[in-house]
Design a binder for this molecule. Structure first.
Ligand code: GLN
Length: 198
């Protein structure tokens, strides 16, 4: 069994990085801002934050991190994509855009809650996590299709907004923007599970 503290990375190229780092620290793990392949090597799991998915992808390309990130996930290391991060996790995008990384067997639509309502908050029931999570949606995507092996953890208004596929987790909203750390804790428990299994 591993004696050191769990080390969880937050991809720190653009977006809501600090809030995720703070939430992780509150949960008692070592939180690391990941900006390079060397830093990626050091972490036990990775959060891809919300922000602008096209920008994050461009910065991943210029940092030479795309192949390493895909390998990281394929090696069974847990990855959690939130909002723009969820878009990057998807196998396909409804728009036909190709900046996604194809990690999860899901099809995602960007900016799917309408231009009029750029952001909103709602209570969600999240399977295996909590019956009432105050979720903040900001120009959020949703999941239009899930493939084999993908478990739906939450829906809002009949739209899928949170999924898990083995060691991979994705949600449409920003779990790091409220004081409720239950989703961050859930992801940490996935990292512990993956370590116990390896
Ligand atoms: N609309 C953004 C995108 O398409 C995602 C918004 C967010 O991460 N809050 O990348």
């Amino acid at each position: 069994m591993n004696q050191r503290k769990l080390r969880v990375g937050v991809l720190a190229l653009q977006g809501a990085v600090r809030e995720h780092l703070k939430a992780l620290e509150k949960c008692g793990v070592e939180a690391v801002a990941v900006k390079s392949n060397d830093q990626l090597e050091l972490v036990d799991g990775l959060i891809i934050p919300g922000g602008e998915s096209t920008t994050i992808r461009r910065l991943l390309d210029t940092s030479g991190m795309v192949a390493n990130l895909i390998r990281f996930a394929q090696a069974g290391k847990p990855v959690f994509g939130t909002c723009a991060g969820l878009i990057l996790m998807a196998k396909t995008l409804v728009s036909g855009e190709t900046h996604n990384l194809g990690l999860m067997n899901i099809k995602v639509q960007r900016n799917s809650f309408g231009r009029q309502v750029d952001s909103f908050e709602t209570e969600l029931d999240i399977k295996g996590v909590t019956g009432s999570f105050n979720a903040v949606f900001i120009r959020a995507p949703h999941i239009v299709e899930v493939g084999d092996g993908v478990e739906v953890l939450s829906k809002y208004d009949d739209r899928i907004v949170m999924v898990r596929e083995k060691h991979l987790l994705g949600c449409s909203f920003h779990p790091e923007l409220t004081d409720d750390n239950s989703i961050t804790e859930y992801f940490i428990s996935m990292i512990k599970e993956s370590q116990a299994a390896s």
